[in-house]
Design a binder for this molecule. Structure first.
Ligand SMILES: *Cc1c(COP(=O)(O)O)cnc(C)c1O
Length: 818
């Protein structure tokens, strides 16, 4: 059956639109090839065809984009502005084709032109303008805001180099620069006329009549680049506006004319440095001046742009909160609190109290982590040097905020609510909290812990400010587009209404026990596993059996995510297989993928350990296909799209209380993987929805973890009393996996023996037992398929459409159009 035949037709726009036929697409592709790329079909390269194809599709998106922009201007709607240092959008062509409803037309056109569509889709570079979950969340939210018709702009940085490309050399991570812009990016439109000056450094003066002036030492321009983001069925298209930094004057002609070419270009180079690279970690603070400049750069440009748009239609600046809602994705844009106040007070001549009042009604803040080492802080000396006026404003906020509180006689610790700590560090989380109307956590557990820990005193002060908005994922990219087999089965059985109302996918639950449906579901999974097996062979030359259990852990490498726990279990399983190879084993393929921050030595050592373990196990003839370990390099959105649909088991095994939400957990469950996980982040809510029979929960709870840490954990007793664990660690330190250097992993073992902050040893036995239950259960194929189906059908609530409806209602106070 045809995959798209059940899709409802798209309502036509008011202006005559392009035809969605193969013939129209074919003509458009040929036109682009000729008049834009400048080639005739006989001489065009594959790359030329890819460009022509993308440009042809782009016109359909642009047409919808103008419609949406006109409608929003006419409707005078409240607008949402999503400020994020990262947008991990991945490739856009396939997404545009699906959202605009062009799949049949494009497939037909490609067939007539003899083009391999799949190969052309792969040609596009993966826009990796983010590290991991935080950036991908921003991308899913953009998709959902367009789908729901919430008029919104995403604002971020157009990094010339996105997240580094990861390669393995002898099993060690090697970072290579990422170059997504080298051959052009067809989805962006440069808006050279939309440019704002961004100032740094210098000093402040007062004119004695209440006016303040900032005499900057350095100024750069922020230039806008726009990418249209179409929602489902092209009903609405929002804009992702990314800022590139450019010099105010292109070339110092005076110097150039004197023959001093190098220093004449110096200013250009310095100015462009600001948007040059993405900092490669989202869980450690980066105390670097350039990072502070990046944060201010994109926040200031975005606020200037927001106010320009507002003032074009309104003349009372005090009306601002009725027309805009700004969301700060983590504290990276938290300087917005001081920047908005600066603009309102210094440029629009409002008093500080009035400016503060307006600011607090426009801004909202999403917290993403409770780890103290990951909460942003800036040294006041550095801050004053880079942003002297903002330092004064933050001092004012800190003082007035405390004064407000002191009068209220509340049972709180005043030191805990200071923004400037010990007079020398600015706590950006506190600044964001104080300057926001709403503050949200990203899962029920995380929001609860936020209230009890980092923001305890703030919560006592402002009991209505903290709300929860559990994260979500877009079902367009993470099921409809990446899982063609499952998509077709769902379209055939329940139609397409689930695509933009994912909770309706529950209608397919009735088929979990239907033999014919099960068979088709299992066939789709198998096809996805064959696709992944091919990808594994191409990428790392390892052959794996698609009928084995595919056990997947894909995410940034971090100690709290505990890839190490999975690796220890892998060793234990390996040892058990070698002891009794003739026993009944459930063949497994363990897949790992993820990047480590370049400066995070332990994480990089864990990658080396994974590769070393893989090398030994994969070459062991006694083990054979009973266990294979595939460590795939360069995890990104495109690789996720191939791995996730093929997963049988989803590893979500962070130390409880440390993963704020996770979204990988949702993508995998939606694609039918059963989760093995701790009661952490959104796993808790996933477990509630799929039910205890369809998930493997193990290990310590967040309360247990807090209790153990309070009393001080001693791993020695645990290790000594567990012979399985002891044998695993012994193998690791004796060089079983590192014959060339038996000391290589002593540092890893030392951490386990001494502090084991992430409680890997404490959870080992419970995890090992849960894995053995998985082994047994997987052999009952029908029952496993039934539970896999129920994972897909019961997690519809985790659509980012639901999350955005929550923000619209509880945070932004806007009404989605659809
Ligand atoms: C979803 C996603 C993540 C987040 O994964 P978690 O398991 O939630 O940490 C990271 N990177 C990419 C490429 C993703 O698609």
């Amino acid at each position: 059956m045809n995959a798209t035949s059940k899709i409802e037709p798209i309502t036509e726009p008011a202006v005559p639109s392009r035809e969605r036929t193969a013939a129209a697409l074919k003509a458009a592709i040929l036109e682009k090839l000729t008049y834009f790329v400048g080639k005739d079909p006989g001489h065009a390269t594959e790359k030329d065809w890819s460009t022509a194809l993308a440009l042809a599709v782009r016109d359909y998106v642009v047409e919808r984009w103008f419609e949406a922009t006109r409608a929003t201007y006419d409707g005078q709607k409240k607008r949402v502005y999503y400020l994020s240092m990262e947008f991990l959008i991945g490739r856009l062509l396939k997404d545009a084709i699906a959202n605009i409803g062009l799949e049949e037309a494009v497939a037909g056109a490609c067939e007539e032109l003899g083009l391999n569509l799949e190969a052309h889709l792969q040609q596009e570079s993966d826009a990796a303008l983010g590290n991991g979950g935080l950036g991908r969340l921003a991308a899913c939210f953009m998709d959902s805001m367009s789908t729901l018709g919430v008029p919104a702009h995403g604002y971020g940085i157009r990094y010339e180099h996105g997240l580094f490309r990861q390669r393995f050399h002898d099993g060690w991570q090697v970072e290579e620069p990422e170059d997504w812009l080298v051959s052009g990016h067809v989805w962006e439109f440069e808006r050279a006329e939309v440019a704002y000056p961004i100032k740094f450094g210098g000093h402040i003066s007062f004119d004695g009549h209440g006016r303040t002036f900032w005499h900057a030492e350095e100024t750069v321009n922020a230039v806008a680049y726009d990418t249209p983001i179409p929602g489902w069925k092209g009903r609405h298209v929002n804009t992702l506006r990314l800022w590139a930094s450019k010099p105010v004057e292109v070339l110092d002609l005076g110097r150039f004319n004197h023959g001093d070419y190098v220093s004449a270009a110096e200013k250009t180079i310095r100015a462009e440095t600001i948007s040059r690279v993405l900092y490669p970690d989202d869980t450690t603070p980066e105390g670097k001046e350039l990072r502070l400049k990046q944060e201010y750069f994109f926040t200031s440009a975005s606020l200037q742009d927001i106010l320009r748009r507002f003032l074009a239609k309104n003349d009372d600046i005090r009306d601002l909160p009725n027309h805009i809602a700004i969301q700060m994705n983590d504290t990276h844009p938290a300087i917005a609190v001081a920047e908005l106040m600066r603009i309102l007070a210094d440029e629009h001549r409002l008093t500080f109290p009035d400016a503060f009042d307006i600011t607090r009604h426009c801004l909202h803040y999403t917290n993403h982590t409770l780890m103290p080492e990951a909460l942003e802080r800036w040294n006041t000396g550095l801050f004053r040097k880079v942003l002297p006026r903002h330092m004064q404003i933050i001092e004012w906020i800190d003082y007035h905020h405390l004064a407000e509180v002191q009068g209220r006689n509340l049972p709180i610790n005043l030191d805990a609510i200071r923004i400037i700590e010990w007079g020398n560090e600015i706590k950006m989380g506190s600044l964001a909290f104080v300057g926001s109307r709403r503050v949200n956590g990203v899962s029920a557990l995380h929001t609860e812990l936020m209230k009890q820990t980092v923001f305890k005193d703030f919560h006592t002060l402002y009991p209505d400010r903290i709300v929860n908005q559990t994260n979500g994922i877009t079902p367009r990219r993470w099921l409809y587009e990446c899982n063609p087999g499952l998509r077709a089965l769902l379209l055939e059985s329940i139609g397409d209404k689930w695509v933009d109302n994912l909770e309706l996918i529950d209608e397919a639950s009735q088929f979990a026990t239907d033999a014919a449906f099960r068979e088709k579901f299992a066939a789709a999974k198998r096809a996805n596993k064959i696709r992944l097996a091919k990808e594994i062979e191409t990428r790392i030359g390892l052959k794996v059996d698609p009928s084995a259990l595919f056990d997947i852990q894909i995410k940034r490498i971090h100690e709290y995510k505990r890839q190490l726990l999975n690796l220890l279990e892998t060793i234990a399983l390996y040892q058990a297989i070698r002891r009794t190879p003739g026993a009944e084993w459930t063949p497994r393929v363990k897949v790992f993928a993820g990047k480590a921050a370049p400066g995070y030595h332990m994480a990089k050592l864990i990658i080396k350990l994974a590769n070393d373990i893989a090398k030994v196990i994969n070459a062991d003839p006694i083990v054979g296909d009973r266990l294979k370990v595939a460590v795939l390099p360069n995890y990104n959105v495109s690789l996720a799209e191939v791995i996730i649909p093929a997963a049988d088991l989803s590893e979500q095994i962070s130390t409880a209380g440390m993963e704020a939400s996770g979204t990988g957990n949702m993508k995998l469950a939606l694609n039918g993987a059963l989760t093995i996980g701790t009661l952490d982040g959104a796993n808790v809510e996933i477990a509630e929805r799929v039910g205890p029979d369809n998930i493997y929960i193990f290990g310590l709870t967040a309360d247990d973890v807090a209790g153990i840490r309070q009393h001080g954990y001693n791993p020695v007793a645990t290790i000594d009393s567990d012979p399985t664990l002891k044998a695993v660690i012994d193998a690791m330190v004796s060089g079983t996996f590192s014959v060339d250097d038996s000391h290589r992993f002593h540092g890893v073992a030392d951490r386990l023996w001494h502090t084991d902050w992430f409680l890997v040893t404490a959870d080992f036995q419970s995890y090992f037992q849960a894995q053995r239950a998985v082994d047994v259960d997987y052999r009952d194929t029908d029952r496993w398929t039934e539970r896999s189906i129920l994972n897909t059908t019961k997690v519809g609530w985790f659509s980012s459409d639901r999350t955005i409806r929550g923000y619209a209602k509880d945070v932004w106070n806007v009404e989605p159009k659809f």
